[in-house]
Ligand binder design. Sequence first.
Ligand code: PGA
Length: 246
Amino acid sequence: MRRPIIAANWKMNNLSDEVIRFFNEFGDTAISLKDREVVIAPAFPYLKMAADLAKGKNITVAAQDVYPEMEGAFTGMVGAKMLNDLGVGAVIIGHSERRHIFKESLELIRKKVTFVQNNGWKLIFCIGETLPERESGKLYDIIKEQIYTAFDGNLWCDTEKAVIAYEPVWAIGTGVVATPEQAAEMHAFVRKIMKERYNREETVILYGGSVKPDNIKGLMSCADIDGALVGGASLKACSFKKLVLY
Ligand code: PGA
């Protein structure tokens, strides 16, 4: 049984007062929701604050990335001991902004996927193609490569702990959402891979890219879409509440 997840990726947004206001306004929205999971990923400096504010509220606090080491001489990085100290329950890996802006290689992403599983956090593994990749006709090869390089011989956590987020790069922050048909087609493709190659048909697969309160229903009505990873529309509680209660 796949439990839907509605996840907020705040990226490099929301300062202390905004984090506090968000949790005040979001309040107990998630407490009674048994049929879905709510995840919030603030920026590193606000993880502790968010984890404290989320206590008892049925919300999982996620990190947007992790450096795959426990601790040590890695200037500017945040590793496992710190995330555990801050109360993190999930980690996003492979977001397209990490892949493209920070040039994260497939190899580094695989290393991070390994690391997240070894440390027992829930993994939210992002995949997705750019517009030129989609138009090149190699769309499915690109997605396959992202999945295979991360998961081949490298997937051992419980099925509910390994979540995939399909996020077409051309839909992220652009207001151009994939049509439910485009999303459904890719989700079905990913589900087939998870079933045939990894024997994990029950993997939760989220859609991400310009998800808004007015389009979430259409997306969630697709058989293989199990939730959403939301950037812009997750920053304010009033909007995120609508998404969570889709
Ligand atoms: P967006 O971002 O909802 O602002 O398009 C989604 C994401 O990058 O996860």
